[in-house]
Design a protein around this ligand. Structure first.
Ligand SMILES: NC(=O)C1=CN([C@@H]2O[C@H](COP(=O)(O)OP(=O)(O)OC[C@H]3O[C@@H](n4cnc5c(N)ncnc54)[C@H](O)[C@@H]3O)[C@@H](O)[C@H]2O)C=CC1
Ligand SMILES: O=C([O-])C1=[NH+]CCC1
Length: 318
């Protein structure tokens, strides 16, 4: 069959999972984060603001996320939904699909289920931010026990050797289930019964929940801690309290999206200082004693480069 008539490759989440590894993904995501922040005449990354469409009466949203990366010669678009009430049905909250296109013809090369892609690339971005902004690695605290909590434990423990890992969730069974899952794999994770206990003296904290009011407070944490703020409730800045926002140096993945999705921070007189890519490039620096927040929104280019990596891995193995 000629390539103009061949059907696109279809990869399920199971297929995708077999083709991803932290060792290869984290550097690819690091390069994408860095490139997003480079000021060059011809853009190396194109990613228009994503649309976030609320689905009336369903407590769900549909996001469209197109993007292009010149370095990776990759063009893709992710469609992803977020339906937090799915938890009550025993289902995942996030469902995504990525279409990967041939950059010369625009023809669809591959269709990939993107639940694993979303879990891995988000955690890989937090791992990169943590690599640049953490000061200690004794204690990792995870707030939340869902898909992102799991992938963040995997990515962050791949990067750093923590002495202690703690997990807290608003519903305790979730935390116990996640800890048991890691226990099976020989990884010791302690379950905490309050968020306050979980984050005491922590060096790195991840918030990955649908909390619509703060689950992490300034008064509980030490100076110099690094926080990856990944989740959110109805808006993208509901997991941390006002005092913490006001005390922290806040970086995000992409400023144009932050100007839209984090605009509520202006109401509490908080500014995002820049992109994590600027820290990677060394054009911005943070004093060691500062509390740092990587405010992860999620970017199309992360999905684009991950899908391209998966496609290349698939071709190599088949
Ligand atoms: N920054 C990014 O690139 C991405 C961010 N996300 C966000 O990460 C968060 C977690 O996503 P997943 O792990 O896929 O979802 P999940 O459904 O697997 O896990 C959600 C977690 O939040 C907890 N939770 C639910 N309602 C809560 C509430 N009212 N208060 C406190 N905790 C609550 C659940 O018990 C569970 O531990 C979501 O806010 C999602 O929008 C997800 C994908 C990418
Ligand atoms: O970037 C992403 O894929 C998402 N951010 C929030 C929900 C899904």
């Amino acid at each position: 069959m000629s390539s103009s008539t061949a059907s696109p490759l279809y990869l399920t989440d199971e297929d995708v999972k077999k083709l991803l590894q932290w060792d290869t993904l984290i550097p690819v995501i690091e390069r994408a984060l860095k490139t997003v922040s480079q000021t060059v005449e011809t853009p190396l990354v194109v990613q228009p603001p994503r649309t976030i469409m609320p689905v009336p009466d369903k407590n769900g949203v549909l996001l469209t996320m197109p993007g292009f990366s010149k370095n990776d010669d990759a063009l893709a678009c992710k469609l992803v939904t977020s339906f937090p009430d799915n938890a009550q049905k025993g289902m995942a909250s996030i469902f995504g699909t990525v279409l990967l296109f041939d950059t010369n013809t625009g023809k669809v090369q591959a269709i990939m289920e993107a639940n694993e892609i979303t879990a891995w690339r988000t955690a890989a971005a937090s791992a990169v931010a943590t690599k640049y902004l953490h000061k200690g690695s004794d204690i990792l605290a995870i707030l939340g026990s869902g898909v992102q909590a799991r992938s963040h434990i995997n990515a962050l423990t791949h990067l750093l050797k923590f002495k202690e890992i703690r997990v807290w969730n608003h519903n305790q069974q979730g935390a116990e289930k996640l800890a048991a899952e890691f226990h099976e794999l020989g990884k010791c994770i302690s379950v905490c019964y309050s968020a306050d206990d979980a984050v005491k003296n922590a060096d790195v904290i991840v918030t990955a929940t649908y909390a619509s009011s703060p689950i992490l407070k300034r008064k509980w944490i030490k100076n110099g801690v690094h926080i990856n703020a990944v989740g959110a409730g109805i808006n993208h800045h509901s997991e941390l309290d006002k005092e913490l926002y006001q005390a922290a140096s806040i970086y995000t993945d992409t400023m144009p999206a932050a100007q839209i999705e984090l605009k509520g921070l202006a109401d509490i007189e908080v500014s995002v200082l820049g992109e994590i890519g600027e820290i990677i490039q060394g054009t911005k620096h943070v004093p060691r004693e500062n509390i740092t927040v990587f405010h992860s929104l999620g970017m199309a280019v992360e999905d684009v480069v991950t899908a391209k990596l998966i496609y290349e891995q698939y071709k190599m193995k088949n």
